[in-house]
Design a protein around this ligand. Sequence first.
Ligand code: NDP
Length: 448
Amino acid sequence: MTYDYDLFVIGAGSGGTRAARVSAAYGARVAVAEEYRVGGTCVIRGCVPKKLLIYGAHFAEDLKDAKRFGWNVPEQPDFSWSVLRDNVMEEVDRINGAYTNTLNSNGVDIILSRAVVTGPNEVTLSDGRKVTAERILIAVGAHPAIPDCPGAEHGITSNEVFHLDTIPKRILIAGAGYIANEFAGIFHQFGAHVILINRTDVILRGYDESIRDRLLQISMTKGLEFRFNAGFEGIDKGEDGCLTVRMKGHEPAVVDMVMFATGRIPNTTGLGLDSAGVELDANGAVIVNEDNQSTCPSIYAVGDVTNRVQLTPVAIREGQAFADNTYGGKSVRVDYDNIPAAVFSHPPMAGVGMTEAQARQTLGSVKVYTSDFRPMKNVLAGRNERALYKMICDGDTDRIVGLHMIGPDVPEILQAAAIAVKARLTKADFDATIALHPTMAEELVLMR
Ligand code: NDP
C-alpha cells in the first residue's frame, strides 16, 4: 500500500510543528494541516503574546518605582494599549512567519485547512480532498472552557483578550488558575479594577500553599478583589453595555468585561477520531501510551489534546520523542518527573518537584527551608513586597525534592535551579556553592 505521505500531522502548534519538522529532517514525507495559524496557541494566542503583555504591564510598577531611583516620571505616565497590542501582534506575525519558514525549509507541506480523520490512514480536508498517510499525528491542542450559563456569550476568553479595542475599567475573571492570575496582574497594571472569582477557595491549585498564599496576599494588598466559593450563575447585559455577573454566595458584580479562564478542553469534537477507533477519556482527550500512540496503531497524539501536562515545552518534547522514535531510529520517552512551571503573575511564581504537602504525604521525613526576604530593589523603591523561596528536602537523604518561589524574576532563577533538582542534588550541594552577591538567587545557597 502506498500513501500520499509517511506522516500527516493535524495541528501546527508547538508539538505538531516540532514533530513535523524533525520527522521530515529524518527523511519522512510529511504534511501538516492547520486550520487557523501556524504556531498554535503558544505563539498566536498564548505564552508569547501573554509574556509580552506581562513586560508591558510591568512598566506600570517600574515607572512608579523609578522616582526613588532618581528618575523624574510624570505622576500619571501615558499608556497606549493600542500601541502595545499592535506591536505584540507584529511580533506574533514575525514568529508565525519563522515557524512557517522552518517547516518549508525542512520540506514539510503546509496545508492551511481543517483536516478530520476519516480512517486509520486517511484524513479529509475542508474542500473534500482525501489524503492518505502511513501515520497520523493528532496535535490539535485545546480550547478555553466556557461555562454553560445564561449570558456566557458576553464573556471573552484568552482567544480574544489579545485583540481588545480598549482596556476595560472593571473586569471580572472567572477561574483562579494560570490564565486568571496572569491576566489579573496584566489588567490591574493597566489600571483596571479586577475581580477574580473561583468555584473553590484556592488559587493555583497544585502549587505550594505558602507560595500561593503569598501571591494572594500581595495581590489583595495591591487592590485586586477575590471572591471564593463563587459558583458562576450568569451574565446580564444592561442597555448601557455593563455586565452584571450573578454568582452563588456573593452579591452580583457589575463590570465592563468578563473573562473565562476555567481550564482548557482538548479539541477532539468533530475530529472524526471514532472513525479510526481512537479512544478518548472522559474529558475528550486522546488516550495514548508512553510512545504517544493512540488505541489505533497508526494514529499518535502529542500536546494538550492528550491532557497529560498542558505545557508548551512538554508538547515539544513529546513531538520530538515521537519523531526520534518513529523516523530517527531512537528509543526516547518523555520523563514527566520534575517539570518546572511558572505563573507570570505580578510578582511571578515558579516551582519544580513536590510541594511541602506532597512531600509530607510521600516521604517518611521532610525538611523545609525558607527564605522570606524583601528584594533590595523593593527596599529602595519603598515597595513593601516580600519574596519567598522554599526548599523541600527528603529528611533522610538531604536530597532536594521541591523548590518553590515567588518574587521578581523567579521563573528565570528556577529554570537553572530545576537542573539541580532534576539531577537529584542535595541541600549540602547548594550550601557548598558560594553565593553570587548581591542577587536574589543567592538566597538559594544561604537557606537555613
Ligand atoms: P487552570 O487549570 O490553571 O485553572 C482553571 C481554574 O478554573 C481553576 O481555578 C479551577 O478551579 C477553575 N475551574 C476549573 N473547572 C471549572 C469549572 N467547570 N467551573 C468553574 N471553574 C472551574 O486553567 P487555565 O484556564 O488558567 O489554563 C489552562 C492551562 O493552560 C493550564 O492548566 C496550564 O497548563 C496552561 N497555561 C500555562 C501557563 C504557564 O505555563 N505560565 C499560562 C497559561 C496557561 P479549582 O482549581 O479551584 O477547582
